[in-house]
Design a protein around this ligand. Structure first.
Ligand code: PLP
Length: 468
């Protein structure tokens, strides 16, 4: 086994075999065939690259559908156990296109949309508006109007100003609009930790203490129906304590609000973490469902009230693990780096690929860690520490901060970066005038484009100064 590079982060171990695809990180139907090539749902990585080019997002359709079904059935089962039911909304912000909207609704999920644009995609997919929830701290009047006119199942009110706006739109359309109220519970969770403060400094929601007054204002409006409270405490969460704390805080308020009228539902948001690297150890969704059901039923017993219908909004945990981005290696460079507090140096190998921060901003934006493998072949070469860099004109343009790849990685190799389904394409940009890559769904040996990639002509077509 080769020794570790001192530039490697402490969590990254030298793998015994840098060809292995850890099953927690790669989509369910991804394997290596006898030749050593990676095959996703029956289609070889090289075939995908040849047909669709690189970079390309490759979605393992059965993986995404199975995860949606698993989450829904876990919550159905656990909430039936405590005498209630659950509504699962897919958080479309993670990745939405009409195909994905159909996959998740066919699995029995509703869809949470965060803008008029996301709502338009869901409606274009033929999703019943009653199965949509609309979020946002600054929905435009036009977005509110369209949502109400379409008949969305719930609008999440995020500020006092919005009560008037939604109520007026509903009255204008002769509707009674179901609404939730987003609460800033003071609990903010992030990976491996959670923080609970009395008042959190953030733009979303209404402080817990102000909520009774705000709910009273909602209840005064004849064109609104108050469905219940909503809380979302963060994303990529690995510990259930933050959810438990937020649920506990919200539950006390929920019980109080029942004294003034109906409160049929309680929305506890999304944020369940997934594995991006082999050291990530996310909570099992069945365990989350069991914990949520226990917290809510224990709260109901404590306050002597009925167990509410609980809504949740997972995005990343439904779509994130399903997708692998394929890139082609272009250049390779060994850079000698001084070690901190020492005269010694070590070599970091920069492996540059044909995409980067325009197809996945998360490593640059949040310092998010990903993993990678050579996918066109297996290799016997000893692992070497690499940093996978993008091709953008930005030194922070990193795709994978640190990974051990076979030391013979070479230009022309294909690299696969797993778990890119959530907030990859959704946050993609045209930085440096790169077209956004296509999204290709693979299933049972068949690959098909579900979102076309952008061409330079697409990009130029929006430039009003281009002369014929
Ligand atoms: C209100 C709300 N609900 C749900 C989600 C989905 O979170 P995740 O994709 O981490 O499950 C988010 C993500 O930021 C959110 O802001």
């Amino acid at each position: 086994m080769s020794s570790s590079n001192p530039l490697a982060p402490s969590w990254l171990a030298v793998p015994n075999d840098a060809n292995v695809l850890p099953s927690a990180v790669w989509s369910q139907n991804t394997t290596r065939d006898v030749s050593g090539e990676v095959v996703i749902a029956g289609v070889g990585a090289s075939t995908i690259a040849q047909r669709f080019g690189t970079p390309v997002y490759v979605v393992d359709e059965a993986d995404a559908r199975t995860r949606a079904l698993t989450i829904r059935s876990a919550f159905d089962r656990e909430f039936a156990r405590v005498g209630s039911s659950a509504k699962v909304y897919y958080a479309g912000k993670a990745f939405l296109c009409t195909e994905v909207a159909r996959w998740v609704t066919e699995a029995g999920l509703n869809i949470d949309v965060a803008s008029g644009g996301e709502m338009a995609v869901a409606l274009a997919a033929g999703v019943d508006a009653g199965r949509l929830g609309l979020h946002g701290n600054n929905k435009s009047l036009a977005e509110i109007d369209r949502a109400v006119a379409a008949g969305v199942g719930a609008i999440v009110i995020d500020s006092v100003i919005e009560i008037e706006r939604v109520a007026e739109a509903a009255a204008r359309h002769g509707r009674i609009q179901p609404v939730r109220l987003r609460i800033n519970s003071g609990v903010h969770a992030s990976t491996h930790e959670y923080l609970a403060t009395a008042r959190e400094d953030q733009k979303f929601g209404i402080p817990l203490a102000d909520a009774p007054g705000v709910v009273a204002l909602i209840r005064e409006r004849e064109s609104l129906r108050f469905l219940g409270l909503h809380s979302h405490i963060g994303s990529q969460i690995f510990e259930s304590d933050g959810f438990a704390e937020a649920a506990h805080r919200l539950f006390g308020l929920h019980a109080r609000l029942l004294e003034g009228g109906e409160v049929p539902e309680l929305n506890l948001g999304g944020g369940f973490g997934i594995a991006y690297t082999s050291v990530d150890d996310p909570l099992d969704i069945t365990e989350i469902a069991r914990r949520f059901a226990d917290i809510v039923s224990e709260g109901a017993t404590e306050f002597g009230i009925p167990v509410p219908v609980v809504a949740i909004e997972p995005g990343r945990s439904v779509i994130g693990p399903s997708t692998t981005t394929l890139y082609e290696v272009g250049t390779i460079k060994d850079v000698e780096v001084s070690l901190p507090d020492s005269a010694a140096t070590a070599v970091r190998r920069y492996v540059s690929v044909d995409g980067g921060m325009s197809d996945n901003i998360r490593p640059s934006l949040y310092g998010a860690n990903y993993s990678a493998r050579i996918v066109n072949r297996a290799s016997e070469a000893s692992p070497a520490l690499v940093r996978v860099a993008g091709k953008h004109c930005e030194s922070g343009d990193i795709v994978v901060h640190a990974e051990y790849l076979p030391g013979d990685v070479t230009p022309g190799d294909l690299l696969g970066v797993p778990a890119t389904g959530a907030y990859g394409w959704a946050m993609a940009s045209n930085y440096n005038y790169l077209g956004r890559p296509p999204v290709v769904a693979v299933r049972d040996g068949v690959a098909r484009v579900i979102v076309r990639g952008e061409t330079e002509d697409d990009l130029l077509s929006r430039d009003a100064g281009v002369r014929p």
